[in-house]
Design a protein around this ligand. Structure first.
Ligand code: GLA
Length: 733
């Protein structure tokens, strides 16, 4: 939207009149290098190049990686810009996004900074995707005269510089000075309104019935606030209604709004008696460490025992952790047993010692969707501890994967990769995880830099694989990003050129005396699913990054996974990216996933059907009941972990309804009936099953509700929601 406004405004810029209330600047003077003198308004930059602000400097023929450059914008700012301003105490300076961090000076004074340069405290932190919206004091502007905006940019890895110009200078809009946040709270939501200027307006709550679509106003009250005080209130849920909370500003006439959909838990509480919820099979290579935690829910403490353990493997009977090594290949049939004060349970299990690992999709946690580059060892430990204490580990979640931003700026004198200050003891972390039957994951790039601008593995493949082995790494996410620098100048654009960096790492990873899940991350280029298994990858990302919106879920989950089912199977999985449920934020600022509860049921259903990696992306220390239930329905997870490993295919795509199904090892069929429409849709179950050729139904089980349901009923499927069922077909006589 803003972009369209920019384009329009830029057309009239040339004839900027006395009444104009905003202006745009398309280009700037530019120089590579760094000097404190370049921020001074009087510095003579006439010999500098002129660069456009809408393309990176690489796109304008300048290569300047891991280094500084400056932009200087000369602009006359007319005082008419503030005519009729609702918030005249600030002026907005919007620079678009800058790759990777910047310090912005107006007439020599620092007015904004985003990201951290390598010299800053805490070291380099890239923020290439953060839009820069700086609020400037009008007193710092030389009205109706020339001003100089000098921007010092540090670029970690290519490309670099401004890339979302033009620069916009104008009146402050409500969204730049105020924020309305709606956070899930018990049986309702907390609303918080904060601002950096005084506000005077009205806060209104509207409730919309999800089935009829009818809306009514539930409450409306005046709010006046000063920047220091802010406003917070609790809004109780109104049944299953969607609540829209709107702040209407009297001065600007603008609004801010947020919605709240009450979370509803469909799954009955797990019994207090032990129940096995983990995979039925685990693969390990001969001689590699066995790291496996028995996944039984039920009251604790619990005592565990295992029958049929092969030589070399032992069980910790209190923690339920298997460890050791098996040298002889074979299928070892075990009986896992757990006992607590309420009863006991047993489960059949096969330990498959052979060449294949990852016989079912990996389940665990990854730091990226919550912490982004602010991840630290402490935060990882906090989620790992919560994985155990909350009970998630009792459902088979076992990988604790550290994404980008653990790497130090420099290798040591022998070229070994090192952790940065945020990770004081990676080996110790690995040992702690293993002693609890959890596995440790790490992240790197085949390029010299990672996506976040940290040190990559290029030319140190063997050494890094060995270091990770020493630390106890069990999972590597290997992210293309920095490899563009090698790939782009090379005329070879064959599939082999895409395969090359991954093939190289495969060799060194597989030489390690431990099993390292090999996760390719190159966003699906060159149809990675057709060759991922050839580099012995255990999964490959099929798309770009997911985010917590319906558009992203729809695009990644529904559009881009269609047709990929032939490529998944035990040992190698399509990966549509990590889960966006619970508290996410890609930074220190966490928020509730913006997916509605129905969209979250859809998300987990689809990922189960797709036999996807189940890597939770939220802060586990803050997991709420709804999210826990979403992630810990043993019947839903059993579809994801089914030993046949067949990924679902899309059978129906009609009028915004889709049906996806997969065959399970017990002879039943798991089916998701998804409503992608913006309104609820009644569905006649028998009719829906008929569409995929299922006529003689013996039983239908609703997997979210964990109950058998009649086949001749009509169900209303909410907008963006799902019915997830397991169907047993009548046996022929
Ligand atoms: C890429 C990946 C993400 C994450 C970041 C880290 O964007 O696709 O999943 O690993 O890099 O920088």
């Amino acid at each position: 939207m803003r972009r369209i406004v920019f384009c329009f405004v830029s057309l009239i810029w040339l004839t900027l009149s006395a009444n104009a209330q905003s202006l745009v600047v398309n280009d700037a003077k530019f120089s590579v290098g760094d000097s404190p003198e370049w921020k001074a308004p009087g510095f003579d930059d006439s010999a500098w190049k002129t660069l456009s602000l809408d393309k990176t400097w690489d796109d304008q023929g300048i290569s300047n990686d891991d280094s500084y450059a400056w932009y200087r914008i000369h602009v006359t700012i007319p005082s008419s810009i503030l005519t009729g301003a609702a918030f005249p105490d600030k002026v907005l300076l919007a620079l678009g996004s800058i790759d990777d961090c910047d310090e912005t000076f107006l007439n020599g004074k620092l007015v904004g900074k985003t990201g951290r340069t390598p010299e800053d405290k805490g070291g380099y932190e890239g923020k290439w995707d953060t839009p820069r919206k700086y609020l400037v004091d009008p007193k710092d502007i030389l009205w109706d005269k020339e001003n100089v905006i000098a921007v010092r940019v540090y670029n970690g890895g290519n490309p670099g510089g401004f890339f979302e110009g033009p620069v916009y200078i104008g009146q402050v809009t409500l969204d730049a000075i105020a924020a309305l946040t709606v956070t899930r709270a018990n049986n309702g939501c907390d609303v918080s309104l904060s601002a950096t200027s005084k506000l005077d307006g009205k806060l209104e709550v509207d409730a919309t019935d999800p089935i009829t679509g009818e809306t009514s106003t539930v409450s409306s009250k005046a709010v006046k606030l000063t920047p220091k005080k802010g406003h917070t209130s609790f809004v109780p849920a109104v049944g299953q209604n969607t609540l829209t909370i709107t702040y209407r500003d009297n001065r600007s006439g603008e609004t801010l709004s947020g919605t709240f959909c009450p979370a509803y838990i469909l799954t009955p509480k797990a019994p207090a008696t032990p129940r096995y919820n983990g995979p039925k099979v685990f693969g390990v290579r001969p001689g590699s460490p066995v790291i496996f935690r028995l996944a039984f829910s039920g009251d604790k403490p619990m005592r565990y025992s295992v029958q049929g353990l092969p030589e070399g493997v032992t069980l910790d009977p209190e923690k339920g952790v298997l460890s050791g090594k098996v040298l002889k290949e074979g299928d070892y049939k075990l009986t896992l047993k757990a006992t607590n004060s309420k009863g006991a349970a047993e489960a059949d299990f096969t330990l498959k010692v052979g060449s294949k690992i990852a016989l079912t999709p990996p389940m665990g946690w990854n730091s990226w969707n919550c912490w982004g580059t602010s991840v630290s060892q402490e935060k990882v430990m906090s989620s790992a501890t919560a994985l155990i204490n909350s009970g998630l580990a009792d459902y088979g979640y076992s990988y604790i994967n550290i994404d980008d931003a653990w790497e130090a700026e420099e290798r040591d004198s022998e070229g070994r990769i090192q952790t940065n200050d945020k990770f004081p003891d990676m080996k110790g972390l690995g040992e702690w995880l293993h002693s609890n039957g959890l596995k440790m994951g790490i992240y790197s790039s085949p390029g010299d830099r990672t996506c976040g601008g940290y040190l990559g593995t290029l030319d140190h493949e063997k050494q890094d694989a060995e270091t990770w082995n020493e630390w106890g790494v069990d999972y590597l996410k290997y992210d293309w990003c920095g490899y563009w620098k090698i790939f782009e100048p090379d005329p070879d654009k064959s599939v082999a050129a895409y395969v090359r960096p991954y093939l190289k790492m495969q060799k060194f990873l597989r030489e390690q005396p431990r099993d390292i899940f090999y996760s390719l991350c190159q966003y699906g280029m060159a149809d990675v699913w057709t060759w991922g298994h050839a580099v012995d990858a255990n999964s490959w990302r099929t798309t770009g990054d997911i985010t917590d919106t319906w558009e992203s879920l729809y695009d990644i989950g529904f559009k881009r996974q269609t047709g990929l089912y032939p490529y998944a199977g035990p040992g190698h999985w399509n990966d549509p990216d990590m889960l966006v449920v619970g508290k996410v934020g890609w930074s220190d600022n966490l928020r509730d996933s913006r997916l509605t509860p129905d969209e979250q049921y859809t998300h987990i259903t689809l990922w189960s059907l797709l036999a996807s990696n189940m890597l939770i992306g939220c802060d586990l220390a803050q997991i709420d009941d709804f999210t826990f239930n979403l992630l810990c329905n043993n019947e839903v997870n059993a579809v994801n972990q089914d030993i046949l490993g067949e990924q679902a295919h899309r059978d129906v795509d009609e009028d915004g309804m889709q049906m996806w199904s997969r065959r399970l090892s017990d002879g039943t069929i798991a089916i998701g009936i998804f409503n992608l429409n913006d309104a609820p849709v009644p569905t006649f179950l028998k009719g829906a099953l008929g569409k995929i050729g299922i006529e003689d139904v013996a039983t239908v089980r609703d997997l979210w509700r964990q109950e058998d349901i009649p086949t001749d009923a009509t169900y209303i499927i909410p907008s963006h929601g799902v019915r997830f069922i397991k169907v047993k077909v009548q046996e022929e006589l």
